[in-house]
Ligand binder design. Structure first.
Ligand SMILES: O=C[C@H](O)[C@H](O)COP(=O)(O)O
Ligand SMILES: C=C(OP(=O)(O)O)C(=O)O
Length: 449
């Protein structure tokens, strides 16, 4: 038998399991060359950092912390600019300040960033004016332009994805450890936003309270070095198994495999088949991992996933991300929680209020209503409070920019308003102000714990 730890760990078993939602590469040699190059590149994260995150997620599952995971639906290579990355980081930091202060809980900050490049699609093709081309599957697979050349699945994009992820993560690390994330700048993060918006006024008031508390503690002689930097982790859907496999390494400390493309990886709703390739692959790496649970999830499905992905019930290992839809969460989730919590007591439960609430606007945009998003979050908290389990976090598609992709919110974006700045290439994201509004409302729900 081979002594190769990757073989022993079965890291290639997924190849025999007909993975869903994969690109179709016409040139297999080019794919092999690209993945060999990826496999020789340095890791994007260290296994020890993934372990630190795991311990923090374990705290969240016990109700001692709260997970905030957010970022683009699909990161775009051309948008990996300093401004856009800073805006997203700042949005997560501001939301986190609101949640920490309002909920009196540490917030674990995880970006859907530095690798969220691949998208599962409902259809393999997109048709415009009788021309059918492969669907856009994210910048790591093909281009968004509607031409044959752009939509071709190109393995070179795997390498570009790695380098853009590395540059993004580098800047995130600089922002979050170099002083930008210092809690004493809580006011600065709000600078430049519309003065006449209720959510920004509300944020200013909260920032003033935080300032006062900091000044008080300062006067008491507290040491504020710890406020200078924050821990900020990366995550993405582990969809492209050629990419994830090439970035999976054996940890020299423990001899265990870790997927070093991000700290946290999740399995999407479309690829969570218990016998499928994605579940098999992520069951074999030691990162903290998540799995999305949509409205069709049965207790048996979730129990089987827990048994396979987290057979030892390891604290912080498994996160269930529910995305039921505002209309059904109160019917579905309490029952699921009752049936699963005894068998998987250490699983962390997180709410994704976006993916069950997608609609098409009258003007033809793929959108969501802010009220539905909020309604699902409220249903999530109510379900946990009813059953006595822990509502442990939030997973949202958001941007730091002033886009108009989600209907409603304090700015009351309406059907016509969507056209003003609809920039997402796949799913609609909360803009900066809607994200803050969500955080304020979630802080209120956290207070009821
Ligand atoms: O982000 C989630 C999915 O990739 C997305 O909702 C699929 O969108 P589609 O139904 O337009 O393919
Ligand atoms: C595709 C996604 O979600 P889901 O798998 O829940 O549909 C996503 O989070 O990008």
């Amino acid at each position: 038998m081979s002594g190769d730890p990757a073989v022993i760990a079965g890291l290639d078993a997924w190849r025999d399991l007909n993975p869903l939602q994969q690109p179709t590469y016409l040139d297999q040699d080019a794919l092999e060359k690209a993945t060999a190059e990826l496999a020789a590149l340095p890791p994007l994260i260290f296994a020890g950092e993934a372990d630190v995150l795991k311990a923090k997620l374990a705290a969240a599952s016990r109700g001692e912390a709260f997970l905030l995971q957010g970022g683009d639906c699909a990161e775009v290579f051309a948008d990996a600019t300093a401004d856009k990355i800073r805006n997203r980081v700042r949005t997560v930091l501001q939301m986190s300040a609101v949640l920490t202060y309002g909920g009196s809980l540490p917030v674990v900050k995880v970006g859907r960033m530095a690798g969220q490049f691949a998208k599962p699609r409902s259809s393999d093709t997109e048709t415009r004016d009788d021309v059918a081309l492969p669907a856009y599957r994210g910048d790591i697979v093909n281009g968004h332009d509607f031409s044959e050349a752009s939509r071709r699945h190109d393995p070179q994009r795997l390498l570009r994805g790695y380098h853009v992820a590395a540059a993004t993560l580098n800047l995130i690390r600089a922002f979050t450890t170099g002083g930008f994330a210092d809690l004493r700048l809580v006011h600065e993060w709000n600078r430049g936003f519309l003065a006449n918006n209720a959510n920004y006024h509300r944020y200013e008031a909260l920032a003033a309270e935080i300032d006062r508390a900091i000044r008080f503690m300062n006067a008491c002689g507290a040491d504020f070095d710890a406020l200078r930097s924050v821990e900020f982790f990366s995550s993405h859907e582990a969809l492209l198994l050629d990419y994830e496999r090439a970035l999976t390494r054996i940890d020299s400390r423990t001899g265990d495999p870790y997927d070093v493309s991000a700290h946290f990886l999740w399995i999407g709703e479309r690829t969570r088949d218990i016998d499928g390739a994605h579940v098999d692959f992520l069951s074999r790496v030691r990162n903290p991992i998540g799995v999305k649970l949509g409205p069709s999830t049965t207790a048996e499905d979730a129990l089987a996933l827990a048994a396979k992905l987290d057979p030892d019930n390891e604290p912080g290992r498994l996160t269930f991300v529910t995305r039921m839809g505002a209309g059904v969460i109160r019917d579905k989730l309490p029952d699921l929680l009752r049936k699963i919590s005894a068998e998987a007591p250490n699983a962390l439960w997180v709410c994704d209020p976006m993916h069950g609430n997608t609609i098409t606007s009258q003007t033809g945009y793929k959108t969501r209503r802010f009220d539905d998003v909020m309604n699902e979050v409220t249903g999530f908290f109510e379900s946990h409070y009813e059953v006595g389990t822990v509502p442990g976090g939030l997973h949202v598609e958001l941007t730091g920019d002033d886009v108009t992709e989600v209907l409603g919110g304090a700015a009351e974006i309406d059907d016509e308003g969507l056209a003003i700045r609809y920039e997402s290439l796949v799913d609609p994201r909360l803009n900066h102000e809607q994200s803050l509004e969500l955080a304020f409302q979630v802080a209120e729900l956290l207070k009821q714990r």
